[in-house]
Design a protein around this ligand. Structure first.
Ligand code: AMP
Length: 189
């Protein structure tokens, strides 16, 4: 199973990706998690990405494309994967197409998790409080900025993947279990 989860910050991509990992025994490829690990390990890539992430902008396409291309070559991706937070721009989606073709892989579906912007702002504020882990990009001002970045740079992927016949949409405002079931249905028909 090779899936992309698409949706604004706070829509539940990470939560649903973790459930898909359990269901299908495939890895979650989260570029955000990989970048945060790089920041924690103080690698040159992490140091360069930190300021960009803290202000809610996207790190350059070539950086995340490189991360994903390397990650797809790992053995655990042979059975499939769920991409969470990548691609986020049309050039990234085009780069992914090229990578998958080169590696002899193809996508099964792109699941868009839709959500209401105001609910997302409060959800993310709760995530910050409950986890107790300060993500530099989880304060309200940055979240609103990230939602704008999503609208401008990532939302065009919905039409991109609809055009390829891969897009499925689920309502991310429902309870976690309901969303999981909708994804299962969307993927298997
Ligand atoms: P996430 O954990 O997916 O919400 O990502 C957190 C932050 O990491 C984003 O706001 C971006 O700054 C950066 N990031 C993660 N994935 C990407 C991507 N595919 N392209 C560019 N920046 C990304």
């Amino acid at each position: 199973m090779r899936l992309i989860l698409l949706g604004p910050p706070g829509a539940g991509k990470g939560t649903q990706a973790k459930i898909l990992v359990e269901t299908y025994g495939i890895p979650q490829l989260s570029t955000g998690d990989i970048l945060r690990s790089a920041i924690a390990a103080r690698t040159p890539m992490g140091l360069a990405a930190k300021e960009i992430m803290d202000r809610g902008d996207l790190v350059p396409d070539h950086v995340v494309n490189g991360i994903v291309s390397e990650r797809l070559d790992k053995d655990d991706c042979a059975k499939g994967f769920v991409l969470d937070g990548f691609p986020r721009t049309i050039p990234q989606a085009e780069a992914l197409d090229g990578m998958l073709t080169d590696k002899g892989m193809s996508l099964d579906a792109v699941v868009e998790i839709t959500a209401d912007a105001d609910v997302l702002v409060s959800r993310i504020a709760n995530r910050a409080k409950e986890s107790g882990v300060a993500r530099g990009d989880d304060n309200e001002e940055v979240v609103r900025y990230r939602l704008n970045v999503y609208r401008e740079q990532t939302a065009p992927l919905v039409e991109f993947y609809r055009g390829k016949g891969l897009l499925r949409s689920v309502d991310g405002m429902e309870a976690v279990d309901t969303v999981t079931e909708a994804i299962r249905h969307a993927v298997h028909g």
